[in-house]
Design a protein around this ligand. Sequence first.
Ligand code: CTP
Ligand code: MG
Length: 261
Amino acid sequence: MSAETRPTPDPLAETPPTVPVRTAAVIPAAGRGVRLGPGAPKALRALSGTPMLVHAVRAMANSRAVSLVIVVAPPEGVAEVSALLSDYALPERTDFRVVPGGETRQESVRLGLAALPEDVTTVLVHDAARPLVPVDTVDAVVEAVRAGAPAVVPALPLADTVKEVEPVAGGGPEPVVATPVRARLRAVQTPQGFDRAALVRAHETVPVDGEGATDDAGMCETLGLPVVVVPGHAEAFKVTRPLDLVLAEAVLARRRANDGY
Ligand code: CTP
Ligand code: MG
């Protein structure tokens, strides 16, 4: 149980009673990583000799607010992932649990949420594929949820202009439908932070359509809940394609050179 507390609003009480605030992180890691190319499931690929998933779990555990990490593993890899996490040291205050995932990210997150103990009030959802998110970004998300926002998303302005097109199969020229104003667009990252009840309600309400939702905050928007954006970080990029591995290795090499990370 976290030692941190927040007051229950009760203006009449002389010493307001407190309810515990406990934050857990759910890490969907059950994807195959098709866009990265053939090989082990993406979360188990090594970065600088350490599995990507271990980097991602440590990134969550590095936040003092996070006392539990739930990893959603490929269904056939639960035992392997549990053994892996036992082999790598985590801060003592952090527990972890491994549960089997589903066919889509949306289902994997739902299965992770189902494994949360009752006392958890704040939930982070963090892609295993974003192994290098700095702890300050994690803390900023947690802080915004604790300040009262039901859904919080770290995000960055876009470098590229974005066009909406009418997709054409087979690689032919695609007609442009619209060009949104770039200054109003944000590329969203994880960890996304939520009031636990709000996120659970979103996952109970929004059906899995096709490949499912890739963005938990978007599911909260569907419910009409307010979602806010806080500054993301360049190092919270998602490892998706082979070039992203090159960037991730470069970031780790720079961290090692700077502070022996
Ligand atoms: N994920 C999951 N369960 C799935 C699909 C995805 O837990 N059925 C997780 C991935 O492991 C990843 C995160 O969701 O940490 C973001 O997904 P993405 O980057 O798309 O990873 P993959 O689905 O593995 O990659 P690809 O789409 O290239 O196959
Ligand atoms: Mg995917």
